[in-house]
Design a protein around this ligand. Structure first.
Ligand code: GAP
Length: 462
């Protein structure tokens, strides 16, 4: 019998292999030996877009108190001076004097435990020897995570700028623009999805920690007296989001960050942690950041960022609640929760195997919604099937597959999480009906072609 941790690592290996084989996630620059980064393939990009679309709907367009934004990645470096990133955004780093490997000091503390260590500064507990070769480790020193670049033809200090380390900066600097252009009233929030870059010392665990990643962030501006109530509201919405993603309650840990481990300006932070196969680690964060951000930007820019309540006349600097979510960090639990191996589904397949993979993705997230499978390449089945394909493509992502036995074609679709397969057979010519097979129940319904689009849309679009 394999131990639970071995089974989980097996699952991770199988998932990584499936993701590559079926076009979800490839190693970046693979033909040049990789780069510690990942590219989303044809199915991966659909999955990722579906996640972003669902987040945007739930967190932004479903709400009357939210506005969207798409700010620049390259911003005035003063933004990062004001936010404190240039001075403080660093991780403690140690080197092995023998093998020259580099580690994050706080990660070394986690090596013997699956639990995350929130007390980054527990440097006194650090092991003295390299976990890889046993060599002596250097003392810990701070390493800034900002990715630097240059604007213009001369690479001097005056031309330095940074790839944003979080999307939040663009939201704070546009606070007044959104407030005025949208005639917004506090409380209101601004949501943004976009790339962020960090010069991580080590990238790890596939897409878990990378140097280039996407965030879905909200800065929600409030009157400080409302913070407790508003914090609870965002906490509930984030839990609802995790449920929507298919994350089981027992795999989610809400970690209330203790006073001594929080940033000095934050009065409450809750980390959403997920029980990954490689340990319980951060998935998302929710923080009450007081008025730290707007007061810093007010100070550094010289702009008055105060808000005057039009009803009470009260003038104040809004406080902020920040739900911050990683897109790539979302994809990992979504795939892990959806991945399942089931006993061979007898009667549907001619292949000899015991286990089959079904990716039980929520319908909204499945990259392909419907597969069209003509039983034979011969006419008139092809013509009927292509007509159905074109009709469904009007609003659904469809895949057409005419090769291999029908059992094999079902297996292919189950493996990538396609909720419905439509089989066109010889009876379809006379009765104008097709068979719709459900991924999870494997039930089969005979549906009139003229009603197929409605039938599928009713099931898929909630
Ligand atoms: N504005 C707050 C902020 O950026 P953070 O905890 O540093 O907070 C927010 O990042 C989220 O971004 C994390 O909870 C995680 O989901 C994602 N994230 C952070 N660093 C990442 C990395 N190196 N690779 C992938 N995702 C990352």
């Amino acid at each position: 019998m394999k131990k639970k941790t071995e089974q989980l690592n097996d699952k991770m290996d199988k998932l990584i292999s499936l993701a590559k084989r079926r076009g979800f996630i490839f190693q970046s620059s693979e033909i040049y030996g990789g780069f510690g980064a990942y590219d989303y393939g044809p199915l991966g990009v659909e999955l990722k877009n579906n996640i972003k679309k669902a987040w945007w709907k739930l967190f932004v367009t479903d709400r009357s108190d939210m506005f969207g934004l798409d700010a620049s990645i390259l911003m005035n470096p003063k933004v990062w001076e004001a936010s404190g990133h240039l001075k403080n955004f660093s991780d403690p780093l140690v080197d092995c004097k023998k093998c020259r490997k580099r580690f994050r000091a706080d990660h070394l503390l986690e090596l013997n435990s699956a639990e995350p260590k929130h007390e980054k500064e527990k440097i006194s507990e650090l092991p003295q020897t390299c976990p890889e070769c046993g060599g002596e480790l250097t003392a810990a020193r701070n390493f800034n995570l900002m990715l630097k670049t240059f604007i213009g033809p001369v690479e001097d200090e005056g031309a330095v700028c940074y790839l944003r380390p979080e999307t939040a900066g663009g939201i704070f600097t546009n606070f007044k623009n959104v407030l005025n252009s949208m005639r917004a009233r506090v409380p209101f929030g601004i949501g943004q999805i976009g790339k962020a870059f960090r010069n991580e010392i080590t990238t790890e665990n596939w897409i878990y920690r990378t140097r280039e990643f996407e965030q879905m962030e909200i800065e929600y501006f409030i009157n400080s007296k409302d913070w407790k109530k508003k914090f609870e509201e965002w906490l509930e919405l984030m839990k609802k989001w995790c449920e929507f993603l298919g994350i089981k309650k027992e795999n989610l840990v809400l970690h209330e960050i203790e006073d001594k481990d929080r940033a000095f300006y934050s009065k409450r932070t809750v980390d959403f942690e997920y029980k990954y196969p490689f340990g319980t680690k951060e998935l998302y964060g929710l923080a009450y950041r007081t008025d730290y951000d707007l007061s810093q930007h007010q100070k550094f820019s010289g702009e008055d960022l105060n808000y005057t309540d039009p009803v009470t006349g009260e003038k104040f600097l809004p406080h902020v609640i920040e739900p911050s979510l990683g897109v790539d960090r979302t994809i990992l639990p979504v795939l892990l929760e959806a991945y399942s191996e089931v006993e061979a589904r007898s009667g549907e397949d001619d292949a000899k195997h015991e286990k089959e993979v079904v990716l039980k993705l929520p319908y909204e997230l499945a990259p392909i919604k419907v597969a069209i499978l003509p039983l034979s390449k011969k006419e008139p089945l092809g013509e009927i099937a292509h007509k159905i394909e074109m009709d469904l493509r009007r609003n659904l992502v469809v895949q057409y597959d005419e090769t291999g036995s029908i059992g094999k074609r079902y297996r292919r679709q189950d493996e990538i999480g396609t909720p419905f397969c439509v089989t066109v057979d010889f009876d379809s010519v006379a009765d104008k009906k097709v068979t719709v097979r459900d991924r999870d129940s494997m039930s089969q319904d005979r549906i009139l072609i003229s009603e197929l689009r409605n039938y599928l849309n009713n099931k898929l679009i909630r």
